[in-house]
Design a protein around this ligand. Structure first.
Ligand SMILES: Cc1cc2nc3c(=O)[nH]c(=O)nc-3n(C[C@H](O)[C@H](O)[C@H](O)COP(=O)(O)O)c2cc1C
Length: 274
């Protein structure tokens, strides 16, 4: 099959998905001797256009896993702003060492519904956005070796692909079922939907990075401590604040984070589907 361009497409508030998807697309571009283009839909201003592709595009599409699924606030955008026109696609779910649950199959289904042909997929581990200890340093050397094997297999697969194509078979319920329910240290469900980041005004120097990097555009431009819109708990403001002024102190959220650090500390392996 003839491919002329490799795309890296991603939503990545904290930057893990971006780093992984861009490096995969660049490695693929090198293997196929093709140019690479990025489409980063993290910020609201980038989510306006309709994007059309064609049969000579290969798209590496990464999503972070939120509650075992594709972040739900982004669903209308990814369902309605992409036209695959038969482009090949590789859905990648990036997760923080618990599980990618239904996120990969959900992303695969959305891409297929949008007219892409999914030819491979993966669930890859990266540091959990909630934690300073969960999956730190992932993907590591062992992961990178597996990723390299995966990319080689994709190249081989493309060279022998014949239409009509079947969607890639990946792990997950089809159709995807319920969202993961976060639990606390006592094993009971935690509810922190309304939690918002706090700001330590002794540390904040009003640089505005949190305002610029909030994927929901939810922080008041005049006052960085004021969250006026929805908070998806992505931690972009917490992780990108150079003054370490942003934090969550919601009790149920903290209990969930501590539960993850206690119960999901062991190494979880990435999964590849080809
Ligand atoms: C709101 C939220 C929910 C998450 N839910 C899960 C989950 O269900 N399973 C998991 O293993 N990791 C989960 N994570 C971890 C992220 O998938 C992981 O940190 C990812 O690398 C974040 O991507 P980013 O760096 O591109 O923003 C969650 C993170 C956030 C912010």
């Amino acid at each position: 099959m003839e491919i002329n361009k490799v795309w890296a497409i991603y939503f990545s508030p904290v930057g893990n998905t971006e780093k992984i998807v861009v490096s995969l697309a660049e490695a693929m571009g090198e293997k196929l001797n093709l140019p690479v283009e990025k489409l980063d839909y993290t910020l609201p201003a980038s989510r306006k256009e309709i994007n059309s592709f064609n049969k000579t595009d290969l798209v590496i599409w990464g999503t972070p896993v939120y509650a075992g699924r594709v972040p739900n606030r982004l669903l209308p955008y990814i369902q309605n702003h992409f036209i695959g026109n038969g482009a090949l696609a590789v859905p990648i779910a990036i997760f923080g060492n618990r599980s990618f649950d239904e996120a990969l199959i959900e992303l695969r289904n959305i891409l297929e519904d949008n007219g892409f042909h999914t030819i491979a997929g993966a669930g890859l581990v990266a540091q959990h956005a909630f934690s300073k200890v969960l999956a730190v340093g992932r993907p590591d050397q062992a992961d990178l070796e597996k990723i390299e094997e995966f990319l080689k297999k994709i190249v081989d697969k493309i060279s022998i692909l014949k239409t009509p194509l079947q969607p890639i078979d990946v792990k997950g319920c089809n159709p995807p079922e319920v969202y993961y329910t976060p639990k606390g240290l006592d094993g009971n469900p935690t509810v922190f939907l309304k939690a918002k980041p706090k700001t330590d005004m002794e540390k904040c120097n009003s640089c505005g990075v949190c305002i610029r990097r909030c994927p929901m555009g939810s922080i008041n431009k005049e006052d960085p401590s004021d969250v006026i819109g929805i908070c998806i708990k992505c931690h972009a403001c917490v992780k990108r604040c150079r003054q370490h002024a942003k934090y969550f102190d919601d009790e149920q959220f903290i209990s969930h984070k501590l539960m993850l650090e206690r119960d999901f500390a062991g190494r979880v392996e990435p999964m590849f589907f080809i």
